[in-house]
Design a protein around this ligand. Structure first.
Ligand SMILES: NC(=O)c1ccc[n+]([C@@H]2O[C@H](COP(=O)([O-])OP(=O)(O)OC[C@H]3O[C@@H](n4cnc5c(N)ncnc54)[C@H](OP(=O)(O)O)[C@@H]3O)[C@@H](O)[C@H]2O)c1
Length: 314
């Protein structure tokens, strides 16, 4: 068979956004347990540019040139002999495996167990926003911190990709939600349902939020240090942005909970159902085309993104 070609955004070396090349690449072959997805949308997460810069190279073994991107939504274009339950043209979403070939491409090969069908009424652009950010918010709140109804939770970085989902997920299970953000995003975070919004540019977070059962930190640095004074003794601290100080936690009787995110097709289907029912809203900062991924990475690296950055592919 002649080699099929597609457009993709690849890196040939680690580095700044200038290493992202919009170019021709081969359409991947699929294994028996994989499907080929014709991508319609991807989304950008901070981990994408961290991978591009080379920060993850000890853990991720990329074969250069390598297609980046993890979040993906599109339609089933082909499937292997072991794949069941899907039909051609069906709308789907998943986390692409960046070592296998990422989502910044017209066609992406993925294991079918990682794929969920997108219900009617959910836009593919919104579905593409979910896998990393919403999957992480869910795992951090409910698997790591074991958040329960009536508990007090502080979400640090509430206007970002993970934070916008975390505020809504926590509110929907009946938690008291406090949230940190800068002045320009206070109204946005209130609109997500937060009970208390703390403007970290003018308030002392460590004093404004007290007796928290749980802190979910998505920021790290000084924000993470402030988290310690907001927690009650016996409170749980989850950070997805940095390693909390274990000695300080022990001294204050705070329990550090590690995060292990495993967003498979089943979990994605649960999250999609919440979007379909209107329980979960997707906020989009901006949409770029596939040839503009470098600009999308630069925006993500600014650290000022509200909600998600979406890449339109087809
Ligand atoms: N471990 C994991 O599995 C995992 C998974 C997903 C993400 N992460 C990491 O988690 C972090 C957050 O991810 P994300 O997708 O949510 O990032 P993001 O969308 O880029 O977050 C941007 C947001 O951070 C807010 N922010 C910046 N400094 C802040 C501060 N001091 N206090 C409160 N908010 C602040 C900004 O709001 P303002 O403009 O209002 O400041 C902005 O809305 C990243 O480092 C990412 O790599 C880890």
């Amino acid at each position: 068979m002649p080699v099929e070609m597609m457009k993709a955004v690849r890196i040939h070396e680690y580095g700044s956004s200038s290493v992202l090349k919009y170019e021709d690449a081969e359409v991947p072959d699929i294994a028996n347990d994989e499907m080929l997805i014709k991508a319609e949308y991807a989304s950008v997460n901070p981990v994408d540019w961290k991978i591009r810069e080379g920060y993850m190279k000890e853990r991720l073994h990329l074969k250069m040139p390598s297609v980046l991107g993890i979040d993906l939504a599109g339609r089933v274009a082909r499937f292997g002999s072991e794949v069941t339950g899907f039909s051609l043209g069906e709308r789907v979403v998943c986390r692409a495996d960046v070592e296998r070939g990422g989502s910044y491409a017209e066609y992406v090969a993925v294991k079918y167990g990682k794929v969920a069908k997108v219900p009617e009424g959910v836009r593919l652009a919104d579905a593409a926003a979910l896998p990393v950010a919403c999957g992480t918010a869910w795992s951090a709140l409910f698997e790591s911190a074991e958040l329960r109804e009536g508990e007090r939770v502080l979400i640090m970085g509430a206007s970002g990709g993970v934070g916008t989902f975390a505020v809504q997920l926590a509110k929907n299970v009946g938690a008291y939600v406090a949230a940190t953000t800068s002045s320009r995003n206070v109204d946005l975070v209130k609109s997500l349902g937060a009970d208390q919004v703390i403007d970290y540019t003018s308030e002392d977070v460590g004093k404004s939020a007290r007796e928290m059962d749980i802190v979910l930190d998505t920021v790290g640095g000084t924000a993470l240090s402030a988290a310690f004074s907001t927690l009650r003794s016996g409170g749980r601290l989850v950070s997805i942005a940095a390693n909390p100080d274990a000695k300080m936690a022990e001294e204050r009787g705070i329990i550090i909970k590690p995060v292990n995110v495993n967003t498979d097709g089943k979990r994605l289907a649960e999250l999609l159902a919440k979007v379909a029912s209107g329980e979960l809203r997707v906020l989009t900062e901006r949409q770029f085309s596939l040839s503009e991924v470098a600009a999308a990475h630069e925006l993500s690296q600014s650290g000022k993104v509200r909600g998600k950055i979406i890449i339109k592919i087809h």
